[in-house]
Design a protein around this ligand. Structure first.
Ligand SMILES: C[N+](C)(C)CCCC[C@H](N)C(=O)O
Length: 288
């Protein structure tokens, strides 16, 4: 099994993640805190009170897990295409796979990476939702002291299955939308590249960026549900399952609830996925 795709997926995911983390911090704060008036207000306040470093809070754990998550996504995607079309990465420019095959390979990659992502994503969301100020003598301690403590507490209180809370919603979110991700990327690359040639860097950047936006717009409704399922059970269980969570969220907040954070998510998705695809393509060409 070609391993280059796994390694390229890992490195490119890490580069994209560092670039996108400031946007992620703004997204999470807007979704969970009511003190900010909007995106710009939030950015200005973080910069004033916490300096540039404030935008990079909580990045270490995602960095550690992206190695597994993104290498599974890109590795499974590419190797599924190899099984479906019997072409390797190098041969695919000359013999482009059909969009059906690209979609199926994307869905397979999305499904399997969601399984690896679930516990890391749960911990990230739980930590991001802690609004207590950083430890000051005498102030109340946050429930979780850090990623390891968070994982250990969930495991102690709810067992192995507790670490997979919200995993179903995550799988439902990522399986079809990773198909959309790769179809958009390939479609745009083909549109702007003469037959048989490699896409230019500008094409890869733009196609990657729009692939990120298209898949995140489609993923946002289930992203909201996923985050709610992950926060459920912290004190007592509110939702019986994914469907129940959807129904009661819409009943209480209207259909608009499905598009919470879509603007900042899209603003984040463009640079993150432009860089992810550019480095992925270049690493593979370089090793090719
Ligand atoms: C499928 N879904 C839309 C959820 C994600 C697609 C892009 C994944 C990328 N690592 C990022 O963080 O943007």
């Amino acid at each position: 099994m070609p391993v280059e795709e796994f390694v390229a997926g890992w490195i490119s995911g890490a580069l994209g993640l560092v670039l996108g983390h400031p946007f992620d911090t703004v997204k999470v704060r807007l979704q969970t805190q009511t003190t900010y008036r909007g995106i710009v207000d939030c950015m200005v306040k973080i910069y004033r009170h916490e300096s540039l470093l404030g935008f990079f809070k909580g990045m270490s754990f995602p960095i550690a897990s992206i190695a597994v998550v993104n290498s599974v996504l890109f590795g499974v995607y590419s190797n599924t295409l190899l099984v479906l079309t019997a072409t390797s990465h190098q041969e695919r420019r000359a013999q482009p796979p059909s969009y059906t095959h690209i979609f199926l390979a994307g869905c397979t990659g999305g499904f399997l990476q969601a399984y690896c992502l679930a516990p890391f994503d749960l911990i990230k969301v739980r930590l991001q939702n802690q609004t207590e100020p950083m430890a000051q003598p005498g102030s109340p301690q946050p429930q979780y002291r850090g990623p390891v403590h968070c994982a250990a507490s969930i495991f102690r209180e709810e067992g192995y299955r507790g670490l997979f809370r919200g995993a179903w919603a995550l799988m439902l979110r990522d399986t079809p939308t990773m198909g959309i991700y790769f179809i958009t990327y390939e479609g745009l690359c083909r549109q702007y590249t003469p037959e048989g040639q490699n896409p230019s860097s500008a094409t890869v950047l733009v196609a990657g960026g729009f692939a990120g936006i298209a898949s995140w717009v489609a993923a946002t409704p289930l992203d909201v549900i996923k985050s709610r399922m992950q926060m459920d059970g912290l004190r007592r269980r509110v939702y019986q399952g994914v469907l129940d969570c959807m129904v009661s969220s819409v009943r209480q907040e209207g259909l608009g609830v499905f598009f919470r954070g879509v603007t900042i998510n899209s603003a984040r998705a463009f640079p993150v996925n432009a860089v992810t695809f550019l480095s992925y393509e270049y690493l593979l060409r370089w090793w090719g």
